[in-house]
Design a protein around this ligand. Structure first.
Ligand code: ZN
Length: 74
């Protein structure tokens, strides 16, 4: 599945199972998030478990749509 923004713009990503690697849209630094993972290991899978970019600290989480992953920015 592809990773897209809330506005439907595709973000280059590497998706493997529940793991989603992408370049931070703000600064380009690599970010690794998970989707549909158990809460205790979830990383960027919901608004209360966001993953911060390690360079610019923008927070992200990913939700699963019918046909793609949607990247949200916190
Ligand atoms: Zn960043």
């Amino acid at each position: 599945m592809e990773l897209r923004t809330e506005h439907g713009i595709e973000i280059p990503s590497d998706v493997y199972g529940n793991n989603i690697a992408f370049a931070c849209p703000c600064c380009g630094f690599p970010v690794l998030a998970t989707s549909n993972a158990p809460k205790n290991i979830a990383r960027g899978a919901s608004p209360d478990k966001p993953v911060p970019c390690r360079r610019c600290m923008t927070k992200y989480w990913i939700e699963t749509d019918q046909s793609c992953f949607v990247l949200h920015r916190g």
